[in-house]
Design a protein around this ligand. Structure first.
Ligand code: PLP
Length: 368
């Protein structure tokens, strides 16, 4: 049985009428840029994150870029982040002329290790960007404590964690700024690119609000050199249709995760994802196992038609574009090992029991 890693057509089919109507409505009212749907979605996302302000932007990447700008990050500043994430997390730091300071991860959560963050702080540190990888929030309390002590801003990369919870606090509710992505493969995905920044402070909101329209307020009066980065109204309309289903979808992912956990628990060759004690709600954007014999397993999954992917095969410190930072490879043993061993399996909400059984059967056979 062929099982895709992700199949978005099933979601579309189940919501086709609502989605088509919402999109056509925007085509009719033609307020394509910052139309009423954007504003409404911002209110709802702010509410979901238990904060006062949200600002729609063009992508999750831009959310990080604008948030770091608003946090005051400038050329030459240092910004601490995880060595193991999607490229955007590190790319935006370097694009501002700041210096990405990579920190190794915890071996069970794959998230930034707060004990190592402390050692990475210098007088030049301007911000910390914890990433909530695979749908589990990073260990925020020690990070927030360090940030407060050293007067450093915290920008949550919550691109994979919308609706996730840490000690009953929502992802996005803890940092000075928090960034979400509506890339189609995220738990809440648009019909294209989209992103959102949430924040607790009105002045921070005002800054983001200006940055996304070329730094102007009012129009044509440019206080800052900003960007063209708005969430498209059509995307907001799509997301408004999907948002009410988000929690149900996350519950489905959690169910699938429990079934995988149960099926793999006695396999010594498979390390299942660790849900940390402080995690009150994991949204499983990915179900990522670690296997020492990954090449072998990948070949067998391919033969069986089972979709999978490697998030992520190369840690930041090894990326060619960051060679100028001169990181020593032996400074990141956990990230290096993770990059060698991780493998993500199909976990989308619409995955059927038969499909999941096929995934499980292939893996059990392969590693026994
Ligand atoms: C998806 C993602 C981003 C970037 O979001 P885009 O909307 O694709 O620009 C940033 N960080 C992480 C961890 C992501 O998963």
């Amino acid at each position: 049985m062929k099982v895709p890693l992700l199949d978005l057509t099933r979601q579309y089919r189940s919501l086709k009428k609502e989605l088509d109507t919402a999109v056509l409505k925007v085509l009719e009212h033609e307020k394509f840029i910052l139309g009423p749907e954007v504003n409404l979605l911002e209110q709802k996302i702010a509410e979901l994150c238990q904060v006062d302000y949200a600002c729609g932007v063009a992508s999750g990447t831009d959310a990080l870029l604008l948030a770091l700008r608003a946090a005051g990050v400038q050329a030459g500043d240092e910004v601490i982040t995880s060595d193991f994430s999607f490229f955007a997390t590190a790319g935006v730091i370097a694009r501002l002329g700041a210096i990405p300071i990579f920190v190794d991860i915890e071996k069970d959560s794959y998230n930034i290790d707060p004990r190592l963050v402390e050692h990475a702080i210098t007088s030049k540190t301007k911000a910390i960007v914890p990433v909530h990888l695979f749908g589990q929030v990073a260990d925020m309390d020690p990070i927030l404590e360090l940030a407060q002590k050293h007067n450093i801003k915290v920008v949550e990369d919550a691109a994979q964690a919308i609706g996730a919870e840490y000690k009953n606090r929502k992802a996005g509710s803890m940092g000075d700024f928090s960034c979400f992505s509506f890339y189609p493969s995220k738990n809440l995905g648009a019909g294209g690119d989209g992103g959102m920044i949430v924040t607790k402070e009105e002045t921070d909101y005002e800054t983001i609000n200006m940055l996304r329209v070329h730094g102007a307020k009012p129009k044509y009066h440019h206080r800052l050199i900003g960007y063209n980065s708005r969430l498209a109204t059509i995307q907001a309309a799509i997301l408004l249709v999907k948002l009410p289903y988000l929690n149900r979808w996350s519950e489905k992912r959690r169910e699938h995760a429990r079934k995988y956990d149960e099926a793999f628990k006695n396999l010594s060759g498979v390390v299942t994802p660790t849900v940390k004690n402080y995690t009150s709600f994991h949204i499983f954007n990915q179900y990522t196992i670690a296997v020492p014999n990954r090449e072998e397993l990948m070949a067998k999954l391919k033969d069986a038609g089972i979709g999978f992917d490697i998030y992520y095969p190369i840690p930041f410190h090894k990326q060619e574009c960051f060679a100028f930072l001169n990181y020593a490879d032996d400074g990141f043993p956990i990230a290096n090992k993770a990059a060698q061993e991780v493998l993500s399996l199909p976990i989308y909400p619409e995955l059927t029991a038969e499909e999941q059984d096929a995934v499980i059967e292939t893996i059990v056979k392969a590693v026994l």
